[in-house]
Design a protein around this ligand. Structure first.
Ligand SMILES: Cc1cc2nc3c(=O)[nH]c(=O)nc-3n(C[C@H](O)[C@H](O)[C@H](O)COP(=O)(O)O)c2cc1C
Length: 152
């Protein structure tokens, strides 16, 4: 399986988690790419690569800075994501209550609307918890990979 890990961030937490996920995946897979969403063309999304999105929440349930150009380009291009399998890991803080972890969901809704299929549980990290984001994500990805191989 080939993997693309994409991250949207404002203060670097999602980048750290994405890099740690990339390192874990590289231990068992040859072809693993990690990209900042602001440098990634939505037209490059392909069903040939399992896609993992790690994205935080800013403003009031909004996208973080580096995800904004990606989403604008996505909305302009509306790529056909039929056959794309993807997983989502959202960062947020339960302090913000009703907007908790909503940033990643802007991307999740778009991927689903364009035909992508989310695999495994929707991962979340709460900045108000004592858990390290990478620890939560590394545990979460195991379940995603099991679900992905069962789906093949
Ligand atoms: C100004 C500001 C606004 C935020 N707004 C929200 C929010 O609306 N909902 C939420 O769940 N988290 C919110 N957060 C928390 C961040 O999503 C959380 O700290 C996350 O770990 C940041 O990840 P990043 O460094 O990848 O951007 C906010 C953080 C800041 C600094």
């Amino acid at each position: 399986m080939k993997f693309t890990v994409l991250y949207g961030t404002e203060s670097g937490n999602s980048e750290l988690i994405a890099e740690d996920l990339g390192e874990k995946l590289r231990a068992g897979h040859d072809d693993v790419e990690v990209h900042d969403l602001q440098n990634f063309d939505p037209a490059s999304l392909t069903a040939e690569r399992f896609t993992i999105v790690v994205c935080s929440t800013h403003g009031e349930g909004d996208l973080p800075n580096t995800a904004i150009p990606f989403v604008e380009a996505f909305d302009a291009a509306l790529p056909d994501l039929t056959g794309l399998q993807y997983a989502m890991f959202g960062l947020g803080d339960t302090f913000y209550e009703e907007t908790y972890s909503q940033g990643s969901e802007h991307i999740d809704r778009r991927f689903t609307a364009q035909g992508g299929v989310r695999v495994g549980d929707y991962g979340r990290h709460d900045a108000s918890s004592w858990d390290l984001g990478s620890d939560v994500a590394i545990e979460w990805i195991d379940g995603v990979l099991e679900a992905a191989s069962a789906a093949v």
